[in-house]
Every structure is written in C-alpha cells, then in structure tokens.
Design a protein around this ligand. Structure first.
Ligand SMILES: NC(=O)c1ccc[n+]([C@@H]2O[C@H](COP(=O)([O-])OP(=O)(O)OC[C@H]3O[C@@H](n4cnc5c(N)ncnc54)[C@H](OP(=O)(O)O)[C@@H]3O)[C@@H](O)[C@H]2O)c1
Length: 254
C-alpha cells in the first residue's frame, strides 16, 4: 500500500530512541522529511546519522525539553525554518515519573504527558492547517484507558487521550485529524521493559504469561507501523480513535 507520505513534513517528539526512533525510521522509509525533537543532543545526532544512512529524506534535529515554557515556540520556529511547514505531528515524548515527592510526581507527569503534547499541538495548529493532509497522533498508553502503572502515569495519559478526543472533533473542521495510539508493554534494548527482561527474566516470563495473551512484549517497530498508517492519508476518515497496539494486553476493548 502506498501511504502517500513521500516528502510529507513530520515532527516527532521523543524521537531519539525507543518507540519515537522507530517511528522516525518508519516515516523515513516512506520518504517523509523529519524534525526529531528530544533533550539529549548526542543521541539525537546519532539517530540522525543512522537515519541518513538508510534514507535520502531530510532529517533535522532539535534539542529541547518539551516541558519548558519556550519549547512549543521553539518547535514552531524550527518547523518553519528548517522543515518549511508541517503535515504531521507525532507527540511521543512521555514517561513514567515517580522518583520525587507525590505532588512533584503528579505535576511532572501532567507537564510531560498532558500539557506538552497539548501545547505543541496548539503551537503548530496554524502551520498544520496549511497542509492538505494534516494529522496529529498522540502516543498514549493502554494505561491511559485502564488500571496499570503508577496513578500519576495512568491519569496524565488518560487526560492526553481525553484532550485528543476533544480536539479531534474541533480540529477536523479545519482539516486536521487527531488520533491516539495506546501501546501495551513494548520492549527494546535500553528501555524499561528491555532492562527488566535482563534483570528479572523469570518475573518477566510470568508477567507475559499473565498479562499478554500474544505471548511476548511488543516491538517498537510494531507501534511505529500503526502510527505511520494512522497519520497517513490512507487513514483519512479515522478521527478521534485510540488504537491499542498491545498483543491483546488491554482489557478495555477498542
Ligand atoms: N515502552 C513502553 O512499553 C510504552 C508503553 C506504553 C506507552 N509508551 C509511551 O510511548 C512513548 C515512548 O516511550 P519509550 O518507551 O520509547 O520511551 P523512552 O525510551 O524513554 O524514550 C523517550 C524519548 O523521549 C525523549 N524525551 C523524554 N522526555 C523528554 C522531554 N521532557 N522533552 C523532550 N524529549 C523527551 C527521550 O530523549 P531525551 O531523554 O534525550 O529527552 C527519548 O527520545 C511515551 O509517551 C510512553 O509513555 C511506552
């Protein structure tokens, strides 16, 4: 299937490693031009180099913390200057935050998982409206739809899904489709599940037996393939959806 993404301009937050990096690779394979955002400059540069080996697409990078007040404007300026516009925004930067006191954990979780995607969407709205196939995909979690993970993670991811659904109805009138992807437990080298597979293989085997009917952890490329399709013009009538990519792990249905 031709996803009709050649030369599309795609902004991806949290794109230097893990799921975000796989999303970048999948868009590059479709011939899209990319702006990759993350905090760590060195990892961003490594990812850019890797991508440039496999694609002739333009790969731009921006080192920035999406929770900083200046970040949305910085991403907008970079989008205009270096990508010359934007067709697709993937809000992927997100995390489980639990090493501070309770209030700090909750505030930081909402800053990263809820407010940052919201404010980047708002900043890029006018540029997205100029596109013929504008789309936003927010990377949430199955734990934004049902019990799992720390409460501040569940709640901030649930808010991200709720805001995406609200925006989906409002923004489709301006030609921008907004959808969510809800990954289940995804393992990769250096990621939290990947690390636990090494430190606690027996515990993880039991976790998989009880929690994941598909019989293994998901792979970042499996999330990326779903994201790229959902963001593409081939999903032109899909609006306000939350697509689980989880091997049957979630119990909340689709
Ligand atoms: N892995 C899973 O099992 C799983 C399951 C469900 C949902 N998810 C969701 O999927 C998304 C990606 O998860 P992942 O496991 O791939 O995460 P990850 O391996 O920790 O990668 C996160 C990416 O986001 C960047 N990042 C983190 N905080 C940032 C900030 N404040 N500003 C800008 N960039 C930031 C990181 O780079 P820097 O650190 O250099 O900034 C990195 O590129 C997250 O939203 C997560 O909640 C993951």
């Amino acid at each position: 299937m031709d996803l009709k993404l050649k030369e599309s301009k795609v902004v991806i937050t949290g794109a230097s490693r893990g799921i975000g990096k796989s999303i970048a690779i999948a868009f590059a394979a479709e011939g899209a031009n990319l702006l990759l955002v993350a905090r760590g400059q060195e990892t961003l540069e490594q990812t850019k180099t890797e991508l440039e080996r496999i694609t002739s697409s333009k790969v731009e990078i921006l080192s920035c913390d999406v929770t900083e007040a200046t970040a949305p404007l910085e991403i907008l300026e970079c989008t205009k200057d270096r990508l010359k516009g934007v067709d697709i925004l993937i809000n992927n930067a997100g995390a489980t935050i639990r090493n501070m006191d309770i209030e700090a954990n909750w505030r930081a979780s909402f800053e990263l998982n809820t407010f940052a995607p919201l404010l980047v969407m708002e900043a890029l709205k006018d540029e997205l409206m100029k596109s013929t196939h504008a789309a936003v995909v927010n990377i949430s979690s199955i734990f934004g739809r049902e019990y799992g993970g720390p409460a501040q993670y569940q709640t901030s991811k649930a808010a991200q899904i709720a805001l995406s659904n609200a925006y989906a109805r409002d923004w489709v009138t301006g030609g921008i489709r907004v959808n969510n992807i809800a990954p289940g437990s995804i393992a990769f080298e250096g990621g939290s599940w990947g690390n636990r597979l090494i430190s606690d293989p027996e515990g993880m085997a039991e976790f998989i037996r009880v929690e994941i009917p598909g019989g293994r952890f998901g792979r970042p490329e499996e999330v990326a393939d779903a994201v790229v399709w959902l963001a593409s013009p081939r999903a032109s009538w899909v609006v306000g959806a939350t697509l689980p990519v989880d091997g049957g792990q979630s119990r909340s249905g689709t």
